[in-house]
Design a protein around this ligand. Structure first.
Ligand code: FES
Length: 256
């Protein structure tokens, strides 16, 4: 898929809580094709200590308005500066990068996310819906204020939630939610993104129940194009770059 480097204009910065913002970026012309699971590399301007672009998942795309949304978790200088971008600012992106989630062979799908890992699942949910598949989302957080952007997910499908402290949804981790255990009808395909510990548990459950499972890895990235090897994942075929071979892998292909 062809890559682009373009200046986008920030048209909205929506703060969700003290950790997350959603940036809406407008492309000056027609947006090129992008697929759920892919990511962008953001150039961070006026950042004295951030020399590398920051990799951010594509959260949503509106091809009619030529806009893209990025869910940004402020965890370092680069993302904190991104979180302060305001209407009219320019945001330079290299995009779209990496591979993407596949469409399922069978219709009953579950998208399981936690933390910033919910980001690509919204775009995937929209893609599934456009292909006639009703998405179900299972989103986990430590507490209720970590359950972000729920309305956008609810607009696309059924949303189940868990919190570790029980302040919203089912108490516990995503793996404890009853929807993971529902076998009639069984889940055919799981898509998951979030903390590695969560994805490993979900992948193990999927393997034990013969459910196809695709995971989107959030490995640390630097260059974003396969040169620095800081993002490698251990697979059945040896080390693979998360930025170019991934970020999406079939869970059975990973040596977990
Ligand atoms: Fe450099 Fe993947 S980020 S090789």
């Amino acid at each position: 898929m062809k890559k682009y480097i373009d200046d986008f204009k920030v048209i909205k910065n929506e703060r969700l809580n003290n950790e997350y913002v959603i940036l809406t970026l407008k492309h000056p012309a027609k947006l090129p094709a992008m697929l759920p699971g892919q990511f962008v590399e953001v150039r961070v301007d006026k950042a004295p200590n951030t020399f590398l672009r920051r990799p951010i998942s594509i959260h949503d795309v509106d091809t009619e308005k030529n806009t893209m949304k990025l869910l940004v978790q402020e965890i370092g200088e680069g993302t904190r500066i991104m979180g302060k971008l305001s209407e009219g600012d320019v945001c330079n992106l290299v995009y779209p990068l990496g591979n993407s989630f596949s469409l399922p062979d069978k219709p009953r799908v579950l998208l399981v996310g936690g933390g910033c890992g919910i980001a690509p699942l919204l775009f995937m949910g929209r893609h599934l819906k456009a292909n006639g598949i009703e998405p179900q989302f299972l989103l986990g957080a430590r507490s209720s204020d970590g359950l972000i952007a729920l309305d956008a997910f609810k607009a696309l499908g059924t949303v189940y939630t868990t919190t570790e402290d029980g302040s919203a949804g089912t108490k516990g981790y995503v793996i404890h939610h009853p929807v993971m255990r529902t076998q009639t009808p069984a889940i055919d395909h799981i898509y998951t993104c979030g903390p590695e510990a969560m994805m490993k548990v979900v992948a193990k459950y999927a393997r034990n129940h013969a459910i196809k499972c695709e995971v989107s890895l959030e490995n640390h990235m630097a260059c974003g194009f396969g040169a620095c090897l800081c993002c490698v994942a251990d697979t059945l075929d040896g080390h693979k770059c998360t930025c170019t071979d991934g970020p999406v892998f079939d869970s059975t292909y990973l040596k977990w």
